[in-house]
Design a protein around this ligand. Structure first.
Ligand SMILES: [Zn+2]
Length: 505
């Protein structure tokens, strides 16, 4: 090739000037993102100021990352511990700081407890919200309780949130001179938290079902309450508010004051993380391995080893970010591993290790869950309802009536939630799990845990909002994305590509 045809572009040798303000902002953002301690930050600030002569940087790390003054924070003592209320309006103003038009949003609310250390009984009970229409906005922390036990008085715990919510629902929030109209979409929690915040009897009590009037039966075999009946009368908001459900009611929850909230239908039971992944799938696989589910036979060691090998060799599609561990690590599997097993891996690897009856029973669950997981299958929801009911009946036949616990019974209520709100990924507590983990991760030492977390959250609120990638649904909505020639466009919400991870269907 002739060299004369090659045009050499001159190198751009100009060095971009970085203003002191940009440096300050960049260090502040880095310190907050990586949870850098004040001591380490002070050291690095001193090095930069001294060695690089940057005298515009503050000397005090607290000034740089805008740690709030102790006097400016309010920690309220309530029964069982302390509560810090950041406020819903503050959270919404931060989330919509770049708003350019009036909008209407729907909030999903999540309330759950999490232990903060393995070595102590202290636990956080955060009140989190996210915006249904904007899954890229991280969940907002409206308030947090800290105590050695869960909040002992739901009125004290929930009233600051409920009172502010009532005002926000009626007046909306003004941001950048634009109106944010707010509605409550649903409340997503695990079973114990759901019963606690509603002021009802525990989920595994005789009258524990939040959706229907089934009366559980105590089993002396499993020493739990079981729920073998189907198609019991559904509870209604009107009767719940009139306290017509006898022993189901324990106390009045402040949530009753939220206008328009349906105390039955707006509380999601179909939370795939707790009900399906950490619930049914975990119980079945551990039960098959250890012989703890109904039939007493365990899997033999060689089958466990072969199944582990099959799980580890399975190649997963691109929406699964975490590879699965073997059958010897089931106690450590995270929710996402159970989710991947139920939605993808199980139907492939289990076939050779379960009897055909048990395997076909699992397939019924798999198909019903698949139908409920994506809007493109919406026309089959009545079939999914039928399959869940068949699954519950056969569960009783295969494993025994004493194994039909609250989780198994709640499968009957999944389709009702999906019809009301949309596919399972839109009503799961997965988005909140990461937020809960992040709250705990911000602790640097064992003292003043609530103050530490409140400080870190307030420091971060001075940074530009970091949007997150929405995970799931399994089949992505493509919108206006341009397709390259290696992608095969099947229908409005579905594409295949030559990339291995996106070539499955
Ligand atoms: Zn029920």
């Amino acid at each position: 090739m002739s060299t004369s045809s090659v045009i050499v572009e001159p190198l751009d040798t100009t060095v971009k000037e970085i203003s002191p303000r940009e440096t300050t902002n960049a260090i502040r953002s880095w310190a907050c993102d990586f949870n850098i301690t004040h001591r380490a930050l002070k050291e690095i600030l001193s090095i930069i100021r001294h060695d690089y002569g940057d005298k515009d940087l503050p000397m005090d790390p607290r000034t740089l990352i805008r740690t709030p003054q102790r006097t400016g924070m309010t920690f309220k003592s309530i029964s069982g511990g302390q509560y810090w209320h950041q406020g819903l309006e503050i959270c919404l103003k931060k989330s919509f700081e770049h708003l350019t038009e009036d909008i209407q949003i729907e909030l999903n609310v999540n309330i759950d407890g999490l232990p903060i250390h393995r070595s102590s009984k202290y636990q956080f009970w955060p009140i989190l919200c996210n915006v249904h229409q904007m899954p890229h906005i991280p969940p907002m922390t409206v308030g947090i309780f800290l105590g050695k036990i869960k909040p002992q008085n739901i009125t004290e715990y929930l009233t600051p949130f409920v009172e502010e919510l009532i005002s926000v629902l009626s007046k909306g929030v003004k941001v950048n001179n634009h109106a944010v109209g707010v509605k409550i979409r649903c409340i997503v929690c695990d079973s114990p938290a759901r019963a606690f915040i509603k002021g009802t009897t525990n989920f595994n009590g005789i009258n524990g079902c939040l959706k229907c009037t089934i009366e559980g039966e105590y089993s002396y075999v499993s020493r739990t309450v079981t729920f073998p009946k189907l198609n019991c009368v559904l509870r209604t908001d009107e009767k719940f508010r009139r306290k017509e459900y006898g022993r189901h009611h324990k106390e009045d929850s402040p949530l009753l004051k939220i206008p328009g909230l349906d105390m039955i239908k707006d509380f999601v039971v179909a939370d795939s993380l707790h009900l399906l992944d950490l619930g049914i799938m975990k119980r079945c696989l551990v039960g098959w391995r250890d012989g703890t589910l109904g039939f007493k036979a365990k899997m033999c060691a060689s089958d466990i080893a072969k199944l582990t090998n099959a799980i580890l060799r399975t190649k997963l599609p691109s929406e699964i970010h975490r590879s699965l561990r073997g059958m010897d690590c089931l106690a450590f599997w995270k929710g996402s591993e159970w989710r991947a097993f139920l939605n993808y891996v199980g139907i492939v690897v289990l076939k050779d290790y379960l009897s055909s009856h048990v395997y076909n029973h699992f397939l019924v669950l798999f198909v019903a869950v698949t139908i409920c997981s994506c809007s493109i299958y919406a026309e089959y929801l009545s079939l999914a309802q039928h399959m869940f009911e068949c699954y519950i009946i056969e569960f009783k036949n295969i494993y025994g009536a004493e194994c039909v616990t609250s989780n198994v019974h709640n499968l009957e209520h999944i389709v009702g939630d999906v019809i009301r709100f949309g596919p399972l990924p839109s009503i799961s507590s997965y988005p909140f799990e990461n937020a809960l983990f992040q709250i705990k991760r911000q602790l640097r030492h064992g003292q003043n845990s609530l103050e530490q977390v409140a400080n870190r959250i307030t420091e971060k609120s001075s940074l530009p909002l970091k949007i997150q990638h929405a995970e799931y649904p399994a089949i992505k909505r493509i919108g206006n994305i341009q397709f390259s020639s290696v992608q095969c466009y099947i229908k409005s919400e579905f594409f295949l590509s030559t990339n291995f991870k996106n070539s499955w269907f």
